[in-house]
Design a protein around this ligand. Structure first.
Ligand SMILES: C[S@@+](CC[C@H](N)C(=O)[O-])C[C@H]1O[C@@H](n2cnc3c(N)ncnc32)[C@H](O)[C@@H]1O
Length: 309
């Protein structure tokens, strides 16, 4: 079947591996239209919560740097953010592919601008890692690292230092437009942010008109956010127990996941679905999803949505 064109959704300026921007057109039709409180329990780049209509949205993610970055950018105005990012780009001499093509920087569409930016990026990373306090400039530095960093990801070592290497891209006009559109929409949307482990989230205030959307790390795939202390079978079981409790209270949930991935199968998930008669909605087979380390091998993942309604 032919994939539908992605509509004019608001996509995140944080490019998550496993981010749902590309399959929003398949997810959104499954969302009811009468939601009072929408909980995006593993919000990542907030792609889903940003596009679901609800009276109130709660974005939750265990990643404190991620949520603090979003909160800081919401407080600042767009012009200040953009000017400050550009000031860092100028100071460190980083590439500007909005003004020159890849060739100008000795790269091409495939290699991007990584070679040109490598040393400059390391200096920027040093600046960030020695920045003394978590003020607005700290988050400008962090976002600039994400823009120029590997796969636009966010990762820290045990000492709390940003430790990803340079990436292929820079602050082009497309990402700037995404950033502005996203922040404008966020400021208009009634919402709050939380940084709880999903087990600690307070579901008590939800009603039968609420909906909890879960996009956890997938047990049978890997990504930057679950390399270290990865998502375990215990996490999976704990999440299932919470979703069963929500079902008892007649609160709706939607769970994103994959049943199969590169020949592996999530038998725990398949068993749980069967035991409770939850509904499985197959999304189109996605050949581009995930594993950036295995470029030659096409990742075959059957993305599904599991619902209790
Ligand atoms: C697949 S990503 C979500 C992507 C998001 N739906 C999007 O479209 O951008 C999964 C997220 O779960 C978060 N996470 C991992 N373990 C968690 C936990 N125990 N509690 C809450 N969030 C967690 C990660 O930080 C990550 O941002």
């Amino acid at each position: 079947m032919q994939r539908k064109q992605i509509k004019n959704y608001i996509s995140s300026p944080l490019n998550y591996i496993g981010g749902k921007a590309r399959i929003l057109d398949q997810i959104l039709p499954h969302m009811p239209s009468d939601i009072d409180i929408f909980v995006d329990l593993f919000c990542g780049g907030c792609n889903v919560g940003m596009n679901v209509s609800a009276d109130y949205t709660i974005y939750n993610d265990i990643s404190k740097p991620l949520i603090s970055l979003l909160k800081a950018f919401k407080r600042m105005n767009n012009e200040t953010i953009i000017n400050r990012i550009n000031a860092l780009i100028n100071e460190f001499g980083l590439s500007k592919t909005r003004n020159h093509n890849f060739k100008f920087y000795g790269g091409d569409a495939n290699k991007g601008v990584s070679a040109y930016n490598r040393e400059k990026f390391l200096l920027l990373r040093e600046r960030f890692n020695s920045h003394p306090k978590k003020d607005n400039q700290y988050y400008i530095l962090l976002y600039t690292l994400i823009l120029f960093g590997f796969n636009n990801q966010l990762r820290f070592n045990d000492k709390g230092e940003f430790n990803l290497p340079v990436g292929k891209r820079d602050f082009n006009t497309a990402i700037e437009a995404k950033l502005v559109k996203f922040l404008d929409a966020l400021r208009m949307q009634p919402h709050e942010f939380q940084t709880k482990d999903f087990r600690k989230f307070n579901f008590a205030d939800l009603t039968e008109n609420s909906l909890v959307y879960c996009d956890p790390p997938y047990l049978i795939t890997t990504a930057t956010y679950n390399e270290k202390d990865g998502w375990t079978e215990q996490d999976e079981r704990d999440l299932f127990a919470i979703l069963d409790k929500l079902t008892e209270k007649r609160i709706r949930f939607v769970l994103s996941n994959v049943l199969h991935h590169e020949g592996k199968e999530n038998s725990l998930l398949i068993e749980w679905i069967g035991q409770h008669n939850y509904r499985v909605h197959n999304l189109f087979m996605d050949y581009h999803y995930s594993n950036y380390q295995k470029k030659s091998k096409k990742a075959e993942s059957q993305e599904v949505l599991i619902t209790n309604y």
